[in-house]
Unconditional design. Structure first.
Length: 144
């Protein structure tokens, strides 16, 4: 009688730990994907990126792959993506390196199946994770 609740509690804790690890991995991979191409805008400064900009789309594709797994752990498809482009930004005809950083925040909804989910905390538990990934993008020269 004593061991059954302990085993169920350990199973719930295992689901939570796996969910947090999966959210961390998804967030890291999304930040890496968002930083793997040209910035959203070729202007210095920090800005939030939306669905219409390329770094957001790259991060979203990674999150969609993880979200499609389903089950007790769901990574929310809604995420926050910020981009910081550092000065100086090269002039258009000359090209050159652009230094920046992309920050991605993801949220995991974890539903422990046994004691924690049913008795202690009804519904799902949310965990947020933020990862930053630096990048250097080389803007091509448009001059001849």
């Amino acid at each position: 009688m004593v061991f059954v609740p302990i085993i169920l509690l350990l199973a719930d804790c295992a689901v939570i730990v796996i969910g947090v690890a999966q959210n961390d991995t998804a967030c890291r991979d999304a930040a890496r994907a968002a930083s793997s191409g040209p910035p959203g805008q070729m202007l210095a400064g920090t800005r939030d990126l939306g669905a219409g900009q390329e770094p957001y789309r790259r991060a979203k594709s990674v999150i969609k792959d993880v979200y499609s797994l389903g089950g007790l752990i769901k990574i929310s498809e809604t995420m926050a993506v910020k981009e910081t482009v550092k000065n100086p930004v090269p002039e258009a005809p000359h090209g050159g390196p652009i230094l920046g950083e992309v920050s991605v925040q993801t949220t995991a909804e974890i539903s422990p199946p046994f004691l924690i989910g049913a008795i202690v905390h009804s519904g799902s538990i949310q965990f947020k994770n933020t990862r930053r990934f630096p990048y250097t993008y080389v803007m091509p020269s448009s001059g001849g």
